[in-house]
Design a protein around this ligand. Structure first.
Ligand code: 13P
Length: 254
């Protein structure tokens, strides 16, 4: 991919801070972030820091979002926050279906579909995360697993699902392991995902931005972003270091 121009899929570099960060990190990050005009930058801090980060980025092109929301707009759900609340803060996005939520917090495919709907109902843009486990990859079932995750959301939601939103492909075996997918493996899955979306007849597959996530760093970003169907990254660990994050953004130029 070369430097972005109108008509191309503009790259996205998204930071998923997971359960990390502080008000100090928010300040340090916003103060030192190089704000590229050739890539969209999205930041997903903890829910605790979302309001303050969103306020400090209000007059910029940088978008913020929640890492997780519950399915309902309000009610007796102790400890949860809703997509409506996130929208009220001025944030624009929400992750849904991250494998850490699926594996550690019981987010089934059905819960993911409900959360997806609540996010779009609230006027936020969902970033649907999909990805296979190591076991699924080793048994040759990687695409089946990803396709199942896509199908459940599509079946539960009857409008063109992905328009203007992004999908993040994050193979579980590459998350936090330091072992990113090779460019070939990632490209192959991204092309399969685009082809799958093409098959849903909404005509949006070419505009859809598909992000790769899993041990992305400044060192492997250039090779990954050079792949035809990789449109950016969802970065975990490396996004906590603003200098590393800036270098990943820089790779979007190449
Ligand atoms: P790492 O970049 O730490 O592997 O995490 C990826 C991820 O889960 C982003 O959502």
């Amino acid at each position: 991919m070369s430097v972005w121009c109108q008509g191309m899929r503009k790259p996205i570099v998204a930071a998923n801070w997971k359960m990390n960060g502080s008000l100090e990190l928010c300040e340090h990050f916003t103060g030192n972030l190089v704000r590229p005009d050739y890539a969209d930058v999205w930041i997903f801090p903890t829910a605790l820091h979302l309001g303050s980060l969103t306020d400090s980025l209000r007059d910029t092109e940088i978008a913020t979002g929640a890492q997780n929301v519950w399915c309902e707009p309000n009610g007796a759900y102790t400890g949860e926050i809703s997509a409506t609340m996130v929208a009220t803060l001025g944030a624009q996005l929400a992750l849904v279906g991250h494998s850490e939520r699926r594996a550690s917090f019981g987010d089934s495919d059905e819960v993911v579909a409900k959360k997806f709907k609540s996010i779009t109902d609230a006027g936020l843009k969902p970033v649907l995360c999909v990805g296979e486990t190591l076991e699924e990859r080793e048994s040759g079932l990687a695409f089946e697993a990803v396709e199942r995750q896509l199908n459940v959301v599509e079946e539960a939601w009857d409008r063109p699902v992905y328009l203007h939103e992004a999908i993040a492909y994050e193979p579980v075996w590459a998350i936090g392991t330091g072992k990113a997918a090779t460019a070939e493996i990632a490209q192959e899955m991204h092309a399969l995902i685009r082809n799958h979306v093409d098959g849903n007849g909404s005509g949006e597959s070419q505009a859809l931005r598909i992000l790769y996530g899993g041990s992305v760093k400044a060192v492997n970003a250039p090779e990954l972003i050079a792949q035809e169907d990789i449109d950016g990254f969802l970065v975990g660990g490396a996004s906590l270091d603003v200098n590393e994050f800036n270098q990943i953004c820089e790779a979007m130029k190449s």
